[in-house]
Design a protein around this ligand. Structure first.
Ligand SMILES: Nc1nc2c(ncn2[C@@H]2O[C@H](COP(=O)(O)OP(=O)(O)O)[C@@H](O)[C@H]2O)c(=O)[nH]1
Ligand SMILES: [Mg+2]
Length: 268
């Protein structure tokens, strides 16, 4: 397996690829091998929620055979968001400069990681994006495709974020920006975590860049996407949208002159 830019990753500092797992026994060895081949300098943290299928034990075996692989065992299924917050905390404790999010099921090609890391040279956050020119989705059922497009449209309308793929889970962050966006206050448990971090990055004025990726549906194992995940995203995004509009109105009421000036600057 060759990467398209060998050696990338070294010039953005120490890179930790966090891979959350729940019942990914069939996928874990393959994905870690691909990451190791694509970016040999990167390290990997498998964040396993006590998967009943024995993923945790496989992760332990991989870690004992390779000092670039680490495992964080969690007591039970607590959701994707919680697994990432724990993994990011581990990255900060261990002095990594960059954290990467990547699914375990092969949907995110490790061979495209050098591309994300290259973009991070001039950004704080890089989002692997299916919905920018050059981005692709392979083998996804049309229902999932519509769900993803719908969720992104909803997010853009509710929050006004100029991001095409705010729900994707293939990303790279400079570790210091995690403090800026107050990662420890994140309460999103499920997949809504991705929108939460995109929204926080945008609000805090971070340099967010979208890089086209090819997303392929998993070949083995089952999706953990659930109705509860979907509902959580729906209500949280609506609540953030209402709050941000209410805050904007309050600011306009308390600083009417400043806002008039700001408006006339923007709309000459
Ligand atoms: N640790 C942990 N990982 C999870 C949890 N839910 C999903 N994942 C992992 O998150 C990644 C994305 O999940 P997946 O089922 O592929 O979602 P889909 O691609 O949207 O269908 C995979 O690596 C899963 O194993 C969870 O509750 N805890
Ligand atoms: Mg998947």
């Amino acid at each position: 397996m060759t990467s398209d830019q060998p050696g990338a990753g070294t010039d953005v500092g120490r890179v930790l690829v966090v891979i959350p797992t729940y019942n990914e026994a069939e996928n874990l060895a393959a994905i870690t091998a691909r990451v190791r081949a694509a970016v040999p300098d990167a390290e990997i943290l498998v964040t396993d929620d006590a998967s009943p299928d024995g993923t945790g034990a496989i992760a332990d075996r991989l870690a004992s055979a390779d000092r670039h692989v680490h495992v964080l065992h969690r007591p039970g299924k607590q959701g994707l968001g919680a697994a990432y917050v724990a993994g990011f905390g581990w990255a900060r404790e261990h002095g990594f400069d960059v954290v990467v999010e990547m699914d375990a099921d092969g949907s995110h090609a490790p061979e495209q990681l050098p591309r994300l890391l290259a973009a991070l040279r001039t950004a704080d956050v890089v989002l692997g994006s299916r919905w920018v020119p050059g981005g692709r989705v392979v083998n996804w059922p049309w229902r999932r495709m519509m769900l993803s497009r719908g969720a992104n449209l909803y997010t853009r309308l509710a929050l006004g974020v100029p991001i095409r793929d705010a729900t994707g889970g293939y990303r790279a962050y400079r570790t210091p920006v995690l403090d800026k966006i107050d990662i420890d206050s994140v309460r999103s448990q499920g997949y809504c975590f991705q929108i939460d971090l995109a929204w926080r990055s945008h609000r805090h004025g971070l340099r967010v860049v979208e890089v086209p990726i090819t997303f392929a549906d998993r070949e083995r194992g089952a999706s953990k996407m659930s109705l509860a995940n979907f509902r959580e995203a729906l209500w949280r995004v609506a609540a953030w949208g209402v709050r941000s509009r209410r805050d904007a109105l309050r600011r306009a009421r308390h600083h009417p002159v400043r806002n008039r000036e700001e408006r006339s600057e923007r709309w000459p």
